[in-house]
Design a protein around this ligand. Sequence first.
Ligand code: CTP
Length: 410
Amino acid sequence: MGRVVVGVAGGIAAYKACELVRRFRADGHEVRVVPTRAALKFVGLTTWEALSGNPVSTEVWDDTDQVAHVRIGQQADLVVIAPATADLMARAASGRADDLLTNVLLTAHCPVVMAPAMHTEMWEHPATRANVTTLRERGVLVINPASGRLTGADSGPGRLPEAVEIHDIASTILADPAIAGAATEQDLRGLQVVVSAGGTREHLDPVRYLGNASSGLMGIALARAAALRGAEVTLVAGHIEHPVPSGIDVRTVVSTGDLAETMTELTPSADVVIMAAAPADYTPKEFSSGKIKKSGDDSLSVDFVQTTDVLATLVQQRADRGDQGQVLVGFAAETAGSKEVLIDLGTAKLRRKGCDLLVCNDVSSGQVFGAPDNAITVLDADGIVAEHAGAKSVVAHVILDAARSLRQRR
Ligand code: CTP
């Protein structure tokens, strides 16, 4: 487990950092909270000490025997500042050391994540823009704020993303610090990425449907990861059981037919298309507009017909457009039982579908659907291009790395 410093600047969103601290502690991390003086006007010192289980100070004059103003930054595995105000970012950009938090920033060797929160005018002011650019050039991962209702009646970009989102980004970076580099570089900027996620539902009547166990977590992780790295992302969501991160366009679909229609509409302009959805392969031959009633006998027979193979259709449409650049990624959830069988099944599926990359996972254990972790093998026509086992949020970056590298070679 890591050492996480949570810096809190003086903004109304400081209360959201309480939840962030709680989440880091629940993960087992050692947490130090370093608020600014202004932050204590919003949430008191006692709260931070109780939540973090560590002493809290805003000044360099406390714990001087421990040289706290140097040690806290030096020993950290990650510094997360939430909220990062315009003033904090200005002080950090100009290298000030006028309180404990700015001292921590000057002594930290680890990745630094800032989650800004302020009024839209302050976020868009040239002074703040320049400070954000400076911080990003120095390797600080400054997350874009969410849009929505701000303090008072106004709304716009400037909201602190929810603690769950900041925690997800921070945890991903703790698991693989290289991801902070890709995110800071914005290495997917300029790319349009379309990701499908979740299971489809094929209705028999207005209340009953044929569905599947997909929770959408893998697709959501891919969408979040691509947006973090600067891509313009659209998530095409079937039935999903998790909230969609801010800053991502969402199109909702119900059936495989809807999914085919929406993907066909969106993909011609996309650079990378990832089919992480679990579309139903069969749909009832007939839809009953009234609720199907129990009949006298104790059985019910329903005829099913095959749905459109969306991925294969997208491959065909790309060929028809003569598009040489687009990267199409499919998934294969197989009950393989062994890696050799998984690769054999995956290789055959890759050929059958005609996509560029196929992300294979073994679902024999039944642990994949809805689980936070996944073990994947990414195949292209020549064999294995990447393998990873771990959190889906990290796995998502491995898949994007493979797609990016293929896109660059085209
Ligand atoms: N897929 C699709 N349209 C379908 C079914 C699947 O586009 N009607 C996509 C999935 O999103 C995934 C890939 O095809 O990216 C492989 O899905 P999978 O269910 O493993 O393959 P199937 O084609 O359904 O083959 P089978 O179930 O027979 O293994």
